[in-house]
Design a protein around this ligand. Sequence first.
Ligand code: ADP
Ligand code: MG
Length: 387
Amino acid sequence: GYQRVLEENRKLYNQVQDLKGSIRVYCRVRPFLPGQPNSVSTVDWLDEGSITINTPAKYGKDGRKSFTFNKVFGPSATQEEVFADTQPLIRSALDGYNVCIFAYGQTGSGKTHTMTGPKELTQESVGVNYRALSDLFLISEQRKETISYLISVQMIEIYNEQVRDLLVTDGLNKRYPFERNTLEIRNSSQNGVNVPEANLVPVSSTSEVIKLMNLGQKNRAVGATSMNDRSSRSHSCLTVHVQGRELASGMTLRGSMHLVDLAGSERVDKSEVVGDRLKEAQHINKSLSALGDVISSLSQKNSHVPYRNSKLTQLLQDSLGGQAKTLMFVHISPEPDAVGETISTLKFAERVSTVELGAARINKDNSDVKELKEQIANLKAALARKE
Ligand code: ADP
Ligand code: MG
């Protein structure tokens, strides 16, 4: 009787409390690529939760620097292993949470590999994006007797501080790069932060998702740089909107998931680039440093958080602040000549991991921690009276 209900409630309460804490940070080290000249990795040591980098003298006295994260994936970690540790977060979008997963790192470090996969996709090599959606379909199918779900996706890109829809097919060649097609990011109390003008496409199968992602991928602004011909100087964001309705009660919930592949974080030597490349570099620096400023002010618990300083931070506003569940994949390259970027990437990631989030909140019409707390207190009192 009471004892069981009390236990059930405590379990539920603990689950909610578990979501409290910092932004989760997972570090992933890219393997050396085939055809690369042999060199020794800058990674001296790694285990499940920490990584040590061999550094030239200028970065640390004893030539080594260690960092701790929620999880560290070495160069041999598979896509499946990486996804396994991400899955619980993803599933919570179906429970009405706002989830945000973003990939950070210098160009060529493996961001797109983690989020989307390599150029030739196979069942083993697909990244978090595809796996996340298949998983949502699977779970929503399992729950269909009790909850009916509507899942829709949007895919946008932020390039030079302009927001573009990547899911456009009509006259794409003519409209792309659609200089005038810059979309507004809105913040409404009902729908949270969203881009209402971007195509919102309902999806119910993995094959539909693959088609859309291919379209989005094609539409992304890519161009050649000396570092990586697939490098990208835009941020791309796949947003999954989840609407659920509990069949018995009619209660509705709304979850969302942002899957963000950020532009390369490397500092660009301004003397090397001119014209469009310089403009791109400046915009990337601006949005990534705005992201850094938001993270700093959150970790210092400042009352004013400067979300409005860039499109990126505006878009991620509900995912970085109080009530979201946020995971950052930080990527590093193993090459010795990348060590400067590797250290600054890991330092940034360490700063991110200190940001405390409030308890994640469900966008549901009748649930919150306070209520559960009260219930537990009442049950405890009832139990005490019985004994
Ligand atoms: P980014 O998006 O950060 O610029 P990419 O994801 O394009 O980097 O990775 C650069 C190259 O390295 C690609 O050819 C990619 O397939 C490969 N790569 C990245 N991470 C891995 C990994 N974990 N295992 C195997 N190959 C990888
Ligand atoms: Mg990429």
